[in-house]
Design a protein around this ligand. Structure first.
Ligand SMILES: Nc1nc2c(ncn2[C@@H]2O[C@H](COP(=O)(O)OP(=O)(O)OP(=O)(O)O)[C@@H](O)[C@H]2O)c(=O)[nH]1
Ligand SMILES: [Mg+2]
Length: 401
């Protein structure tokens, strides 16, 4: 009896490890195909950033993604005359797409051409949630051409919401103020300027928020003052799924400051992928979850590799996924075996998929970090780090359903 039970378990086990082999060996075409399907289901937000030069558009991208606009979505789309597009975390699997207006001067430039190009980005050719984010400095009242652009866009696309983000608050703080007050700031100077700007944009925006997104070296605390208000305003204007994704992306755990620049940026990407993994585990797809998860992770590892200066094809990335995940996974699933094997148990729990993706990303960062430092990656060190990351992440992602 016991023997029988044991041999059955052994069979299940060997079946599972065989399946593991299959899951990890996805061809480049399969990865591309799966990612295309996943992409179509992602709660992606397209944010159209409109504002004068130096108004703080790129800083908004940094606040929302934790990475600079220069790093977000490198090479996502060729430059056009007036707009540039960035995708986060990647062009393959974007959760946020920013369209940045460039060259929107104070002087009445070719406003018509700019409007035309912006309007192209708002066309409903996909089911992505869209929002216009209008960025204005708190001490800038020369906003005629901005208003003209917004008015025109809104008359063409009445159902796309517009959020007014008023930046650079500390520039109008009373003299002698060397840090932010509790949010929202109730300085008379700020209130007066804000009211004046609101008046200018009456009827053009659904909501307005005050922010001050400084640089670390400016010495202001917090660096992203008003980020929660911005998040809440965005969430309120977006459909539910997209709003939830933004909340998760700005989860306080991820914005902790980290010493290591690569790891810090890497974790931003890992978080985004963990969130996608959770979403996919929860949403029934027309195919089993595990290959999708693998494709997602192959894509994540490819992206992290790029960050560390390694260009990888999907199959090379897949090789790394299986190399660093293999041993870890066999251990981690020991307990959850039944749940884990498609057909035997329920779909992967969302928090499990997220935690596993997170741990894998952490492992990959160590792997690439070692390579970059000219060291041979140490499998034991990677496995130990993944175990720790997995446990911590499971706790953290418990609330993802
Ligand atoms: N104090 C403060 N500085 C800001 C804020 N937003 C942006 N800045 C600073 O203003 C400068 C321009 O900000 P960016 O975010 O690059 O502005 P931008 O609109 O992307 O500028 P262009 O890309 O040149 O059009 C940078 O030095 C930022 O650090 C803000 O809210 N508060
Ligand atoms: Mg910019």
């Amino acid at each position: 009896m016991t023997k029988d039970w044991k041999s059955r378990l052994a069979n299940v086990w060997s079946g599972a490890t065989q399946m593991l082999g299959q899951w990890f060996s996805v061809s480049d075409e399969q990865v591309a195909e799966i990612l295309a399907k996943v992409r179509a289901q992602l709660p992606t937000t397209e944010a159209l950033l409109i504002g004068k030069p130096q108004a703080g558009k790129s800083s908004l991208v940094r606040g929302l993604t934790g990475v600079s606009a220069a790093i977000v979505g490198q090479g996502f789309r060729p430059h056009t005359q007036h707009t540039e597009r960035y995708a986060y975390p990647s062009g393959d699997l974007p959760l946020l797409i920013f369209t940045d207006t460039v060259g929107l001067g104070d002087v009445n430039q070719d406003t018509k051409a700019i409007i035309q190009e912006l309007a192209k980005n708002l066309q409903p050719e996909n089911r992505r949630a869209k929002i216009i984010i209008l960025t204005v400095k708190i001490n800038d009242f020369a906003t005629e051409s901005l208003r003209e652009i917004v008015k025109e866009l809104r008359s063409q696309y009445a159902n796309i919401p517009c959020l007014l983000v008023v930046t650079c608050l500390h520039e109008v703080y009373p003299p002698g103020t060397d840090n932010h007050p509790a949010y929202p700031p109730d300085f008379e100077t700020v209130k007066r300027a804000f009211t004046a700007i609101l008046e200018q944009f009456t009827g053009l925006c659904e909501r307005a928020v005050l922010v001050d997104f400084t640089l670390e070296e400016d010495g202001y605390n917090p660096v992203f003052y008003g980020l929660e208000a911005l998040r809440d305003a965005l969430a309120e204007l977006l459909p539910e799924a997209e709003a939830r994704a933004i909340y998760q992306l700005l989860d306080e755990g991820a914005s902790e400051k980290l010493g290591n620049l690569y790891r810090d940026v890497g974790r931003r990407y890992i978080l985004a992928f963990a969130i996608m993994a959770a979403g996919l585990a929860a949403v029934p797809l027309p195919f089993t979850t595990m290959p999708v998860l693998t494709a997602l992770q192959v894509s994540l590892v490819g992206l992290l590799g790029k960050l560390y200066g390694q260009v990888l094809t999907p199959s090379q990335a897949g090789g790394i996924v299986s190399a660093i995940a293999g041993g870890f996974l066999a251990q981690a699933i020991g307990r959850e075996l039944v749940k884990f094997i498609p057909g035997l148990g329920s779909a992967l729990a969302a928090s499990w998929a997220a935690a596993y993706t997170w741990a894998l990303g952490e492992g990959a960062c160590i792997y690439f970090g070692d390579l970059m430092g000219g060291k041979k990656p140490d499998p034991e060190k990677i496995k130990a780090a993944m175990r720790a990351a997995f446990q911590e992440a499971q706790e953290r992602f418990k609330k993802l359903k």
